[in-house]
Each structure stands twice: as structure tokens, then as C-alpha cells.
Ligand binder design. Sequence first.
Ligand SMILES: [Fe+2]
Ligand SMILES: [Fe+2]
Length: 227
Amino acid sequence: MALYAIGDTHLSLNTPKPMDVFGGNWVGYVDKLRAGFEIVRPEDTVVLCGDLSWGMSLEESKKDFQFLNDLPGRKVILKGNHDYWWMTASKMNRFFQDNGFQFELLHNCCRLYGDVALCGTRGWFLDEEKGGHNEKMRNREVMRLEASLKAAGDREKLVFLHYPPLYQGYRCPEILEVLKRYQVKRCFFGHLHGHSIRLAIEGVQEGTCFSLVSADSLNFIPKKILD
Ligand SMILES: [Fe+2]
Ligand SMILES: [Fe+2]
């Protein structure tokens, strides 16, 4: 049994979308993902850190969900900034159930991997969230993260976000404070692609070890986190 993470599958099987805007590494990315998942066994768990599908609705994303569902392993999913299909948990769960998809939402809750709690939420990224409700939206994400960590109780906690809570030239103090208060030792995030990968800050910062798991930064091979 092993735990893996990968973000940003950015599937668009319903209406093929050119992905070379993210860099040449994305050419043939669907095949690369399928090959990358060959290391995952059926009994393993994979956390998918957002930006799963370009679909604008659950129906439009159906082929993408089918692709992900058919890959090996149990899938825990969280929301990215491009997941416009994301709806209420009850609507998504009903849709997944009706279509035979087995995804576990990581949203205001935690999921268990043995004795370890998998916590997380979309997170916050200042530059891309301009507008009148910045503070409100950020606070909502901080609350979601905290609700997820609280649900974990005394268990060891791993945190999965879509947005990096820090990268070169930016930090989100409110999210970092929560990670510190809950003594989160490891935090994984996606969102950074192509040339932006070099902006990622990885390694230990204030007691938490940060790792980027966007698909192209991993060459489309899920990152093993725990055995
Ligand atoms: Fe992305
Ligand atoms: Fe993103």
C-alpha cells in the first residue's frame, strides 16, 4: 500500500484543448499520465490536487472523470482554480455514484490513509484572485483548511492544496499560520506549470516541508509520499 499525489491533470477529452500554452512538456500528456500511473497499484491511494478537468459542467467532464476513474488506485480529489464543474458535495457525489465513479472529495473534511489524515482545500493565490471579495474568499479557504485539520483530531496530518501557500515573492501568512498551528510536517501543492515551476519554494520552511506536485513538474508520474 502506498500514498501518491499529483495535481493538474488538466484533462479535456470531451473537447480537445491545446495544452502547449503550458509548455512543450504537455505534448501527449494524456498518454504520459496513463503511463505515469503504471507505478500505482489498485490498493494504493492517489491525491489529485486540483485542476482535474477543463469541463464547464459535471456532464462535460464525464470523459475526464472516466479516464481518472479507470487509472489504478483509490482517488481523493480536491478543487483547483480551473475546476468549473465543481458543485456542492451532494451534487458531485450523486453524479459520481450515478456514473460509477469512485472519487472521495477532500472538502471541509479529512480522508484517512491508515492512521494518517489527508487534509486540504483549494487554498489561496493572491495574484489571480483580484476583485472585491479577496479577503472574504481567502478567509473561507483558511476556514476550510482548518475544518479539515480539525476533523483529523490527533492523527498525523498531511496537507494537500491546489495553490502554493508560498512561492518566490509571495506568501499567504494566514494559511501558513494554520499549517504551523496544527504542526503540519508536509504540505503538497500544484498549480505551477512550465516556466512558473522555477518559482516554487520546496523544502522545510518554518517546520513544514513543502513539495510541488503539478503534473508537468513530476513529468506526469505521481509522487510517492508514503509506503
Ligand atoms: Fe493547473
Ligand atoms: Fe491551477
